[in-house]
Design a binder for this molecule. Structure first.
Ligand code: GDP
Ligand code: IMO
Ligand code: MG
Length: 427
């Protein structure tokens, strides 16, 4: 299978970075196709922890071409800082290419993200505050600024002047804030332009060439299915499409080029930010999972809400993404638990739901139907094969496969590269 899409099936932080890093060893190209620095993908190599926000996880392999696609939104200061951090660690980014169609996160996007959240009060989304929503808003409103404009000082000045005039009108009239200075932003961003110029081109052409040449390509999803603007728990979602089909739109290839879709599944569920979460554990077990698993956001440090695995979410994710197989991560975090629950259905108003509800009111009222299974209560972190896993652990994995109607492709038992059990050939 020459092209593989890796996506999150839940509410993010499933361990996509770890899985992409594992598969990237054999990949020629790794592509980020949506989102921005709201993502935090952790890759652990030997004892070094890399927290990647915009750079594709393939950056850790010297020969791998890394692409940032057209539907990614880029905060240039963050990207340049990430390149610099990598350089200090001896990791070279000369194989990075950035789409000239990618949109820029501007200072007013970060500001509006904060102001709009404050204005929403108790109805806030709980965003990462990185300006992601306002940037995609401008893209859809056709007032965004793209990389290609940044590289041409006159075009950039014209677009920035027009947009800023409107932004400042809202900032002052609606929010009572001070207007932002054109000159300051213009100068700051021209500085970024010169540093980014060597990386920017039409990544779509490059990617199509590589696919035609039979190269192995990995698409690295950010966020996850339940945070998808079209399919997630709207409005408690992000502003892009993390689902598999978006890998084509977000990188400039045809949908028939996507060969295999892997859904990354945390062995339980977490969520950062607001919104319904049927299997959430607001008790000691939830606290225990958070502490054992160090479930605090990679990007914002916020404590993650924790709960049991939800097969209703997995079946929905299988349908939306056309999943071929699952990569189960963080199984080891459940090692100590005496029993484990798995939500196999939702009951609502006395009946079992067959569809994942669009209504958040319904979703907040559903009652999870659990199957309780005995835990395995032993260390799985040294297991390197399915057979080496304890029988109760194998039963849990088989149950996940059965209730989600999807086969197991990968099982991860620790953050390290070697702590990975491969059940199906990927490339
Ligand atoms: P992503 O956003 O989906 O890439 O996930 P994050 O990096 O935000 O969060 C996943 C965390 O789990 C990271 O700290 C990873 O290093 C870690 N991780 C990934 N797989 C495993 C695993 O199987 N076991 C353990 N204990 N940690 C894992
Ligand atoms: P990775 O790629 C978990 C959540 C935010 C908030 C909502 C909208 O590391 O899995 P945004 O800033 O995107 O407008 O916030 O989406 N969110 C994530 N949650 N992991 C992520 O990325 C996330 N990116 C955004 O917490 O609820
Ligand atoms: Mg993350």
């Amino acid at each position: 299978m020459p092209t593989i899409v890796v996506i999150g099936t839940q509410w993010g932080d499933e361990g996509k970075g770890k899985i992409v890093d594992h598969l990237a060893e054999k990949a020629d190209v790794v592509v980020r196709y949506q989102g921005g620095n709201n993502a935090g993908h952790t890759v652990v190599v030997a004892n070094t922890v890399h927290k990647l926000h915009l750079l594709p996880s393939g950056i850790l392999y010297p020969g791998c071409l890394c692409l940032i696609g057209n539907d990614v939104v880029i905060d240039p200061a963050v990207l340049l800082q990430e390149i610099q951090t990598m350089r200090e660690r001896g990791i070279d980014s000369s194989n990075l290419r950035i789409s000239n169609r990618a949109h820029l996160i501007m200072p007013y996007h970060r500001l509006f993200d904060r102001l709009e959240e404050t204005r929403k009060g108790e109805h806030k989304v709980g965003t990462t505050g990185r300006g992601i929503g306002p940037c995609y808003q401008d893209k859809a409103a056709r007032t965004g600024i793209r990389m290609v404009s940044l590289l041409d000082p006159d075009t950039f000045a014209e677009e920035l002047r027009q947009t800023l005039e409107y932004k400042n009108a809202i900032l002052t009239a609606v929010f009572g804030e001070k207007p932002l200075s054109f000159t300051e932003i213009y100068q700051e961003y021209l500085g970024y332009a010169e540093k980014l110029r060597p990386y920017v081109l039409d990544t779509g052409y490059l990617l199509n060439e590589r696919i035609a040449a039979g190269q192995k390509v990995l698409f690295e999803g950010a966020q996850a299915t339940m945070l998808d603007l079209a399919h997630g728990t709207y409005p408690f979602v992000t502003s892009s499409n993390p689902t598999a089909a978006a890998a084509a739109v977000g990188s400039g290839i045809g949908p028939k080029c996507l060969d295999k879709i892997i859904g990354v599944v945390k062995a339980y569920t977490t969520r950062v930010g607001e919104g319904p979460f049927p299997t959430e554990l607001l008790n000691e077990t939830g606290d225990l999972i958070r502490e054992i698993g160090h479930e605090y956001g990679t990007t914002t440090g916020r404590p993650r809400r924790c709960g049991w695995l939800d097969a209703c979410v997995l079946r929905y994710a299988r349908q939306i993404n056309g999943l071929d197989c699952l990569a189960i991560t963080r199984l080891d975090i459940l090692d100590r638990l005496p029993e484990i629950k798995l939500c196999v259905a939702y009951r609502w108003q006395g009946r079992e739901l067959t569809e994942f509800p669009a209504s958040l009111k319904t979703l907040s009222e559903v009652e999870p139907v659990y199957e309780t299974m005995p835990g395995w209560q032993c260390d799985t972190t040294a297991a390197r094969s399915y057979a080496a896993l304890p029988p109760n652990c194998q039963r849990y994995l088989d149950k996940i496969a059965a209730v989600s109607a999807c086969r197991l492709g990968v099982v991860s038992v620790g953050p390290g590269r070697e702590q990975t059990i491969i059940l199906e050939d990927m490339f």
